[in-house]
Design a protein. Structure first.
Length: 210
């Protein structure tokens, strides 16, 4: 983890929890998950980026604190060979947030937001829609950034051949487009058109692998 990223994240965690006696332990436990995952895309740099997007869109949120905590925990379990990453991440979040004294109601809100990012599950609230849109913001990035993102995602599936990956990725991208890339008017207006162009370009590249 880059030193500046570590500083940004540690300061944010301190602001969330103040002088709570378990704040340091839970921060180290959480960041260790991302470090141990050692992934090219789903890492602490991405977490810092997502938190920055939340800051910019905070006025759209009904419960900013729950959204922030959900972003912190939503990829603490991230294994491309598993289908239950969100459920496992939500369970870990509930365990750690209990140590920090959060009520069952508060923990449940965070868990629902984490589970909302499961693939193919439509959002059930405005904050769930915002959670999904923050995570998908990269889809509407500049072409160079999108190309870097798509290459790093490919690197997280080393157990798939290029042909296998191309088929799975095209199916996933098609599902995203069918369900609507973004769910909030703000993100649709800001990123929607570029996201569709990026996705079309990636699909063209993927089809050349087959």
């Amino acid at each position: 983890m880059a030193q500046d990223t570590e500083h940004v994240l540690s300061q944010r965690w301190k602001r969330l929890w103040g002088g709570h006696p378990r704040a340091s332990d839970t921060y180290l436990s959480l960041t260790k998950c991302y470090i141990d995952n050692d992934l090219p895309y789903h890492n602490l740099e991405l977490l810092a980026e997502h938190l920055g997007i939340l800051d910019a869109a905070a006025l759209l949120a009904r419960d900013v604190r729950s959204l922030e905590l959900a972003l912190w925990y939503h990829r603490c379990v991230c294994d491309a060979s598993r289908s239950d990453n969100e459920a496992a991440s939500a369970a870990f979040a509930a365990q750690e947030l209990t140590k920090l004294g959060m009520s069952g109601y508060e923990r449940a809100r965070v868990m629902r937001l984490i589970l909302a990012v499961r693939f193919g599950v439509p959002p059930q609230s405005e904050d769930e829609a915002l959670m999904i849109d923050i995570i998908r913001g990269v889809l509407g990035g500049e072409p160079e950034k999108y190309a870097s993102y798509s290459a790093r995602i490919r690197d997280e599936f080393p157990f798939l051949t290029d042909d296998e990956y191309a088929l799975a990725r095209i199916n996933a991208l098609d599902e995203i487009v069918r369900g609507g890339v973004f769910h909030t008017p703000h993100f649709r207006a800001k990123y929607g058109a570029q996201a569709l162009r990026n996705i079309a370009s990636e699909k063209t590249l993927l089809l050349s692998y087959r």
